[in-house]
Each structure stands twice: as C-alpha cells, then as structure tokens.
Design a protein around this ligand. Sequence first.
Ligand code: EPU
Length: 450
Amino acid sequence: MDVFKIQGGQRLTGTISVDGSKNAALPLLAASLLTSEPIHFKCMPNLSDITNMSKLLAELGCQVKASEKDITLQVTDETISHARYDIVRTMRASVCVLGPLLARRGEVRVSMPGGCAFGDRPIDLHLRGLEALGAKIELDGGDIIATADRLIGATIFLGGPFGSTVLGTANVMSAATLAKGRTIIESAACEPEIADLALLLNNMGAKISGAGTPRIIIDGVDQLGGATHTVMPDRIVAGTWAIAAAMTNGDVKIDRFPLDHLLAVTNILSTVGVHINQTDASQDPKSCTVQVLSNRHLKPVMFTTQPYPGFPTDLQAQMMALLCLSRGNSIITEKIYPERFMHVPELSRMGAKLVRQGATVIVQGVDHLVGAPVMASDLRASASLVLAGLAAEGETTISRVYHLDRGYAAMEETLASLGANIQRIDGSTVVDGLPLVETVSSQKVVQNNS
Ligand code: EPU
C-alpha cells in the first residue's frame, strides 16, 4: 500500500487540466449494457474505479478496448447477469449495472452493497423505482435479484430523507429508456452527471427530456444503438485543485474547469477571499480556463452540503481543510451523509481546531497546520489530508493512498507539476504511515520541479 510523503509550504503555480469525471463515467460505462453496438468514450479518467468497472463489465459480457483516455465497450455475450460481491464490495457504484441489465436482459443479480466508511448508504430508492417499472425484486444470499419480462413506464417519486439519489436516478432513467411507454421521474437528482448520462442515452436513440431538473420524462424505445461520448470534466477534482491553490497562496490556471457546475463552491471561495476568474469569456463555462489566486488571508464562512446545485458533499472535507487556516470560526453542516467526518480527527492531528456536534463541525481557524503521519479513510477525506499536508509546516505522510487512486489520476504528478514537494513511496518501506527508510523506488517518485 503506497504512501504519500509531503513537505509542506510550497506555493502552487502553473497550469493543469481537469480529467473526465469519475462519477459521470461509472453510470456512463454501465449504459453500454443497454445495446449490442459499440460505445466509444473519450476523456475517460485513468482511475482504479474505472478499471474495476471495466472488469465488472467484462465479466458481464462486454468486450473492453482501452487506450490512453479512450475506452470502447461492446456487449458480445448476454448470458451472465451477476455482479459478484467480490467486485461490488470494492466499488459501491457497481450498483449502476442494475437498471441497464434489468432493462436489456430481463434479469439481474447484483450483490447488495454494504455500508461504507461514512455510514449507511441504502439503495431502497433504486429498488422502489425499478419496482414501479414492474420489476420483481427479491433478496437472496446477500444478492438483489430483479426480474421483469418488459418494463412498463410509470410515474416514480425518487425523493428520500436526504434529497434525491444520484445513482438511483441513473439506474431508473437508464432502465426506463427500454420500457414500454412513458416514465416520469419526479424529485430526480439534478446533478450534472445525470444530464451527461442522458446526453449519451439520447445519442444512443433514447427519448429523454428534463435531465438536470427534478422532473425527467423518458419515452421508452424498443432498442438503443452505438454512440461516441466525451466524459464531462470532473467538478470534484476541479474543486479540489482550486482549494489546493487557495491553501498554498497559489496562482494556478486550471483548464477544462466546469465553472458552471461549481457555482456553490466558487461562491464560498470568493466569500473566503479566494479569486477565481474565467480567463476567456468566450469559452463554454461548463469547461473553461480559470485562474485561481489566493493570498491566504482567508475569512471564515458557514456552509451546508446539499444536493446539486448546492454545495457538494464530495468537497466538504477539502473545504474544511482550507477553513482550518481562516481567521475566525467557520461552521460546516453535512446534510447528505451526516457521518462523513473521518477527516476531522486526522486534521486535528495536524493542529486543526475542530469541534464536532452531530452533523455540524465548528472550525476555529489556526495560524498554521503542522505536518504529521495521518491515515486516509475514504476518497475525499484523504484528499483533504493531502491539501492540509501541502499547506502545513514540515512533513506529512498519508497512508492508504489507494483511496485517492480511486478518484484522482496520479494526484502526486499533477501537484508536483505545480511545484508541490510530494512523493509516492512504496508502502512496503513504511509502517503505520512512517517511512522505514528514506530511499524510495525511483519510478514512483515525483520530484518537486518548482
Ligand atoms: N439514499 C437513500 N436511499 C437510496 C439512495 C440514497 O436514502 O436508495 C440517501 C443516501 O444515504 C444519501 C443520499 O440519499 O444520504 C444521497 O445519496 P445518493 O444515492 O445520491 O448517492 P450515490 O448516488 O450513491 C453519488 C456519488 C457520491 C456522492 C453522492 C452524493 C457516484 C459514483 N457517487 O453517490 O460520490 O457523494 O452521489 O452527491 O456518483 C465520491 O465521489 O466520493 C462519492 C461518494
């Protein structure tokens, strides 16, 4: 298990570009199960979650051809419809094969995803939506078994106690493309990743309108065909880079920045005192170049995570790391996953002053953070520790870097290209986050090139 070793205090400067979105890509890849024709993807991010999803799709009869940032998928065998526990337990998003397999093959067996590091993550809304389309759902040996002769369009309410469900909306919308008649999803997730999925499905021949709003209408068709699709830029990765620049007094240009999808985040950043400007007004604000400038005189702020277009839960941990360095008290409330605070004790080890009460954390800004050995626990919590390490005085080692490899492609290379002093160390030379030896394997080291 690899470890990141960071010498904090370097100012980040330079230009980077945002990769394709993981959370868009996973349901997009699953949508290729809806046709026997090839689907070509461009700008596919190089992440372990994408490799795992490709492996799962190969098990489900897809031929997968990957080269650099392109992947082509084509179903050649429809006999196996079982997403096994071995794969589902490594990646909850495996559940997005449920809708496409049910719609196309009439049956599917998917291992029920368990809890995750930040609490319960039920899939009752996915199942309720598919049942409304006529599926029969059973649970057997930890697997969900869903069957249907042909799905029938229906009006479905997908709201739950914490808002709508992103992957639930993806599952029901994908399944409804091949249902008989009209489906209306009320209280659908409005996240841009849902609109990106609808764009692909419509290019495959589906009839979907309203994706990106709370009311999606799908008129079922008999079959879908092939398509080519460019995966949208990753708004969470883009937001993470912007916060990294903000925390290091940086001056960073970010290409393919989905400004339009990050207004809740850029609004908080500018309240805090960070400047984010689109450099060329003629570019599409969904994928443009921005300059992020900060002098680290940060003001405190209060924010609450919410479904899109509110502040995304997937950037809560990173923003908390930034606010640790603000001058005053900030208040953060987590409304999507009330237990998503594993970064709190680790940031405290680095000198942050944090008080948690239920789903709220009070951040008392400190003058500086101090490097320490810390432990990554999930993807976004780990990202916040990297950001804290970049700004901290001294050395930070972050163990269990595999969490980061799920959602940030070679994170250390991108940060080093901006001048960060960050190295990936072979975990076999490390015990409990502490390097045993100072020598590191040469091809895994990324030097500070500032
Ligand atoms: N929920 C239910 N019942 C359901 C489904 C969800 O009660 O059937 C609840 C959840 O417990 C949560 C809320 O509804 O409180 C929202 O969950 P949602 O279903 O929208 O989450 P998801 O679709 O499983 C996606 C992202 C997550 C991101 C959430 C929220 C992917 C692959 N994952 O998960 O991303 O946090 O939406 O925006 O798209 C990440 O990238 O680090 C990550 C966790």
